[in-house]
Design a protein around this ligand. Sequence first.
Ligand code: BGC
Length: 398
Amino acid sequence: MKGLGELRRAIEKRGIRMNRRLWITITGAILMSTLTAGGATAKSGSTKKSSFGKGPDGEQVDLYTLSNKNGVEAGISTYGGVVVSLKVPDRTGKVGDVVLGYDSVDGYVNDKSYFGAIIGRYGNRIGHAQFTLDGKAYTLAKNNGENTLHGGLKGFNKAVWAAKEIPAKDGQALELTYLSKDGEEGFPGNLSVRVVYTLTDSNELKIDYSATTDKETIVNLTNHSYFNLAGPGSGDILGHVLMIEADKFTPVDAGLIPTGELRDVSGTPFDFRKPTAIGARIDANDEQIKLGGGYDHNFVLRRKAGEAISLAARVVEAKTGRVLEVWTTEPGVQFYTGNFLDGSVHGKGGISYTKRSAFCLETQHFPDSPNQPKFPSTELKPGERYHTMTIYKFSTEK
Ligand code: BGC
């Protein structure tokens, strides 16, 4: 950089006579940018884009790495809108990954567990792969016995999303968009979907989901991250201590379709109103636990009057001190304990993902809502806008 005196002479030569205040402003700005570049002030966030490989049809797939000023990092892939990695500090400040996933896009193309993915058009199951809307019957793709799970054979988790970095007041934001065509997997209406991931400087991964349609349809979007707060490969999650803000859950039948009942959690293994180890009752002699092979159930979240977004769940891992809070505008959360993981899948760094080595807290409307008149509606009409928000917030405890 030129010396300050030289700079002043150069500016004055161009005919701009400088008063004292203007000169102080210019030199102040120069000083600030020099300090920031030299790292003397707090680190700021950044977003980096790199190639993550090719999709199944040769499409370019990118990986965006969002970092905040505390060194927290979220890796997001345009394939499936997947959260590939989420690196957060433990109580000593050491940053480590807390989600399961794969090292490259091929893993996600072949994946059947929905690691980290955006789920749509309908999160969780729709019984008998059918529903009726406005008197018209719709048949969906069956991909889970007789039922439709997580959007069908090719859900939003298998789509390549368009990505754009967008400005955010509170951190680094990435906008993903996808057009789900009329008739895709049997769902009516062209659904225009937008998901914004924001990594905030308060160590939150905020997910904003929105959608509009040109024909009456149903929509229920979520994210399917599998968490292990001690890190993938550190064993099972049975010792993690969980609290869920739910007085009721939705019991299921043998196909994991809700029966329609909202059952009180009192006196059952589903009572997580007081923090309890996930493993404390996971093998209890309970009909619902047996049907799920552990926890694989939707919880009916409590709502505080006037609160737009509420705490849904809180998880603490004692060894690392990591704490995860889940906040959402949604009425339900699917608590799934990775019962179907069997060690056959090898993920990041070749780690084998064994039974119950992660848990999911999928915020959502209740499974099979289109066939359950008493459940909150998942219908979306032309002219309306679907919008939900979920925040995964990380901190530590002593
Ligand atoms: C479902 C499980 C399913 C898992 C992975 C969860 O949301 O409730 O039954 O196995 O996703 O597909």
